[in-house]
Design a protein around this ligand. Structure first.
Ligand code: ADP
Length: 376
């Protein structure tokens, strides 16, 4: 069995141990030499070039992804050539374009923030006026880690986005949403096989700082019962309704008036699921491989009551993460450390640590303290 992963980032890298354990051969089509996943059987090539991607796909049994950026025409060329692609183009387009995603979720009747497609500053100002004087504007394509998301009180604050929407593949429009008052952010991960089986992990709480995920607590505190059931139902409805295969991450808002709204979708393993590598019977990376190979899914139960994952953002100013191993291992022997093999750079996700245990405060403390060893 050979799985081809397009994209050589840390998600492809973290599929490698799972593939080794299952005896699955993993091939990676990386964007450049020396990326995180370079330790797998790696090809370097342009994922926007149909011939390059077709040649890569001929060597594998199924193609999947480390990111959402492979263009639709390339994806369709794979499908037309008979290559199994998971998630397929018709599902993936909802993760590639936030306007399409909002349309798709609204058509499924799922709870989303109030939203509109806007083409002119006047339309944006009208939306802002209707929504209490503030709104969130998003570029439909290419945003990540909060880039391409802006809270505004007037259309003038995104004047330059209007100037470029016609040119940069954004279909001549921006997405505007109500500014949601949320108590916290949550994420629900599920996996779905092409033949239909679905498995859900526990609902988790995610903490973002400056638009970037910094911590994840699994399960989300005070979520047992109704909240967990609602979130799982929403994510499974999305996986089935949009025909998603592989891992689906659904980012959610828990609003101050006790609603659960869908913010974002990712159709691949996701930062909010990294805890599962150390905290769950089946990690999201193993589950993704099982799902895209259409094999029965693994159990999603937890080893301990709590798992806390803290991202290592930026890393040391001088040297590498490994330079700090002696200190981290000495001080935090129960914490699991994951190094993405990337050069440290301010704001960059270069690794994560996970602590599990029966006491949440202890797990939070240990994970934060261990992550701090790697950050200046
Ligand atoms: P990205 O694709 O960059 O992850 P998101 O759409 O997930 O962008 O938004 C990034 C962050 O911005 C979210 O995690 C949330 O904190 C905030 N945010 C996004 N949409 C809204 C909204 N409608 N109301 C309030 N906050 C929002």
């Amino acid at each position: 069995m050979r799985v081809g992963v397009i994209g050589g980032g840390q998600l492809a890298r973290m599929m490698i141990p799972a593939a080794i354990e299952l005896g699955v051969e993993l091939r990676v089509l990386a964007e450049a030499e020396g990326m995180s996943a370079a330790i797998a059987a790696e090809r370097v090539g342009d994922y926007t070039d149909t011939e390059t991607v077709l040649a890569f796909a001929r060597e594998v049994d199924v193609v999947t992804f480390d990111h959402e950026h492979v263009p639709q025409d390339v994806l369709h060329a794979l499908v037309d050539a008979g290559v199994p692609v998971h998630p397929g183009p018709d599902a993936l387009r909802y993760a590639q374009d936030k306007l399409l995603m909002r349309e798709g979720l609204s058509q499924l009747g799922l709870p989303v923030p109030d939203w509109a497609r806007i083409e002119t500053p006047a339309e944006l100002d009208a939306f802002i006026a209707d929504h209490g004087g503030a709104a969130v504007v998003k570029t439909p394509r290419g945003g990540y880690d909060g880039k391409g998301v802006r809270v505004v009180h007037s259309a003038a604050e995104v004047a330059e986005w209007f100037a470029t929407i016609a040119e940069d593949g954004n279909a001549g429009a921006l997405l505007v949403e109500e500014l949601v008052e949320f108590r916290r952010e949550l994420a629900q991960l599920v996996a779905r096989r092409p033949s239909g089986e679905v498995a859900a992990w526990p609902l988790v709480e995610t903490v973002q700082v400056g638009g970037v995920c910094s911590e994840v607590i699994a399960p989300a505190p005070r979520s047992a019962g109704r909240l967990a059931d609602v979130a799982a139902d929403v994510a499974i409805s999305i996986a089935e309704g949009l025909g998603v295969t592989g891992v689906l991450a659904v980012e959610l808002f828990e609003t101050t008036d006790d609603r659960v709204l869908v913010n974002e979708l990712a159709m691949r393993p996701h930062n909010s699921g990294h805890w599962s590598m150390d905290g769950s019977t089946t990690s999201q990376f193993e589950q993704h491989l099982r799902a895209v190979l259409d094999l029965p899914l693994g159990g999603t139960g937890c080893h301990e009551e709590w798992a806390v994952m803290v991202n290592v953002l930026g890393g040391p100013v001088e040297g590498t993460l490994a330079d700090r191993y002696a200190e981290a291992f000495e001080g935090h022997p129960t914490v699991k450390i994951h190094n993405y093999g990337k050069a440290p750079r301010p704001g960059r996700k270069v690794g994560h640590v996970t602590a599990i245990g029966s006491n949440l405060d202890d797990a939070v403390y240990e994970a934060r303290a261990a992550a701090a060893v790697f950050q200046d």
